[in-house]
Ligand binder design. Structure first.
Ligand SMILES: NC(=O)c1ccc[n+]([C@@H]2O[C@H](COP(=O)([O-])OP(=O)(O)OC[C@H]3O[C@@H](n4cnc5c(N)ncnc54)[C@H](O)[C@@H]3O)[C@@H](O)[C@H]2O)c1
Length: 403
């Protein structure tokens, strides 16, 4: 496909204008039209981009604007109907995260796109971040050793949503980064949180993801925090990485720090942890706007008919984890376990991140009424029980000598 692709963006609220700006800046596409219900937003867009057609009716936008591709930046509940209408009208689709309000909706969109030979891609922007890609390379090169756990914090005051909780709003970023870095899906998910401002809409959540080989990740998301925080710590057996996305410079720092327990010991007195404190350093990463890379990738995937890095399969896995988090929240934090299908060979050109296995929820561990696992099946390895065992061990640490 040599000609410029005609692109239209629906949703000119908070995030849409960033997509509009980036698509307008790309050489091999033509930002042809934008759509919003708000005439005021359309007027504003027209003042910035006078050459762009404006529509306040989505059906007319799809039928009359002569588009090859549609970018959906509306609220999550509209993702499925709007994407479906666009695909059925023969348009390629880029939809904001999360892909849809349920995994069944994601499957439906993937199936329609596949049957019509169209590209569907999801705006998991951080997979296009040079910083995140650098972290992935550092991990894959073995510089941090075996990953032990990842902890992520994404906090701010607002923006409060009415139809989704904070996990659905903010955690998709962290989930997508964690799956990308670890190259696999969790085997267990649980989530607790609080609805402090709006009844029934959780504004603070903590997700726990359990992975194979005893690895785990926690994701703390909040709309109720005075400081904007976007932080991730990746703890490896050899080194640790701290990624601070809010920092102007030095967004990643690698710490040569680790703790080892002795391979064997006979008496309690012989037991000493070995603490290693080394240098820390900041790798150079060339800054480039991730969203611009994402928008270009969408155009490239359409032109070359390749599967996007953040394609439907990857994005559906994120939605499945969010679904599991809602289930767990409703059951006071009870774990939701997944069956993990074997990883399939990459269907792509090699641009894709390590393939993650398909996630299939299999069971929800019954609770004993206070949110604790009752110890059935995989639930016996629940975070709750695992944590308490560790807490005891770390008590020992305090009495151990620090070198
Ligand atoms: N990738 C990121 O970093 C990132 C950041 C923020 C938001 N987002 C995602 O972007 C999407 C939009 O979020 P937002 O914060 O911009 O929402 P928003 O509410 O600010 O904007 C949505 C816009 O859609 C318009 N709209 C609603 N119904 C419509 C209809 N039927 N036809 C045409 N227009 C309609 C509204 O008028 C509004 O202007 C969400 O999926 C969100 O998760 C992604």
């Amino acid at each position: 496909m040599g000609a410029k692709l005609n692109v239209g963006v629906v949703g000119c609220g908070y995030w849409g204008p960033n997509l509009i700006r980036n698509f307008n800046s790309l050489h091999d596409c033509n930002l042809k039209a934008v759509c919003d219900l708000s005439v005021e937003r359309l007027r504003h867009m027209q003042s910035l981009y006078p050459h762009v057609e404006v529509y306040n009716d989505y059906t007319r936008f799809l039928e009359d604007a002569g588009l090859d591709a549609v970018v959906v930046a509306t609220s999550v509940r509209l993702h499925h109907p709007m994407c479906k209408a666009a695909l059925l009208a023969g348009k390629h689709v880029l939809v904001e995260k999360p892909m849809a309000a349920s995994s069944a909706e994601c499957d439906d969109l993937e199936q329609i796109a596949r049957s019509k030979g169209l590209t569907i891609m999801v705006g998991h922007t951080f997979l296009y971040s040079p910083i995140v890609r650098r972290i992935k390379k550092i991990v894959d090169d073995g510089d941090v050793g075996e990953i032990r756990y990842i902890s992520a914090r994404r906090l701010n005051l607002g923006l409060f949503q009415k139809d989704i909780n904070v996990a659905w709003d903010l955690a998709p970023h962290d989930i997508s980064i964690i799956l990308y870095i670890l190259g696999e899906n969790p085997i267990s998910v649980n989530c607790r949180g609080g609805a402090n401002v709006s009844k029934n809409v959780h504004d603070v959540t903590t997700l726990w993801l359990g992975f194979s080989r005893n690895r785990s990740a926690t994701i703390h998301s909040s709309w109720l925090d005075p400081r904007k925080t976007r932080e991730m710590t990746i703890v490896g057996s050899k080194r640790m990485i701290v990624y601070d996305d809010v920092a102007n410079q030095d967004k990643i720092r690698i710490y040569d720090a680790r703790v080892e327990s002795p391979p064997h010991y006979d008496t309690f007195a012989e037991f000493h942890y070995a603490y290693h404190y080394g240098d820390s350093y900041v790798p150079y990463v060339r800054q480039e706007e991730p969203l611009k890379i994402e928008c270009q990738h969408f155009i490239d995937c359409i032109k070359t008919k390749t599967e996007p890095i953040s394609g439907a399969r990857q994005a559906r896995n994120v939605v499945r984890i969010l679904e599991a988090s809602s289930l767990s929240l409703a059951r006071d934090g009870a774990p939701v376990d997944f069956a993990v299908a074997p990883a399939k060979p990459a269907e792509t050109t090699g641009q894709a991140p390590a393939q993650v296995a398909e996630v299939v929820p299999i069971a929800n561990v019954a609770t004993n009424g206070d949110g604790q696992s009752n110890g059935h099946g995989r639930g016996s390895k629940s975070p709750a029980t695992g944590r308490s065992r560790k807490a005891k061990t770390s008590g020992t640490t305090k009495s151990a000598a620090r070198p």
